[in-house]
Ligand binder design. Sequence first.
Ligand code: ZN
Ligand code: ZN
Length: 67
Amino acid sequence: MPDRYCAWCGHPESEGEHATCRRRLASIDPPRYCPECARRMVVQVTPSGWTARCSRHGESASAPSVG
Ligand SMILES: [Zn+2]
Ligand SMILES: [Zn+2]
């Protein structure tokens, strides 16, 4: 049973290739799936980045940009 999911495509981290997903997540794109349960998250883009809310695991936000 996978314990983490790709936040971009929602598939288990241990399955498949997620290099492209990681590149997208490392850029400005917000995640779309909860890494803990693969639920579709409610994503809002904010002036400083984004917030993403899982109905089960709550809200996460982009790391604040330094400077
Ligand atoms: Zn992926
Ligand atoms: Zn979740």
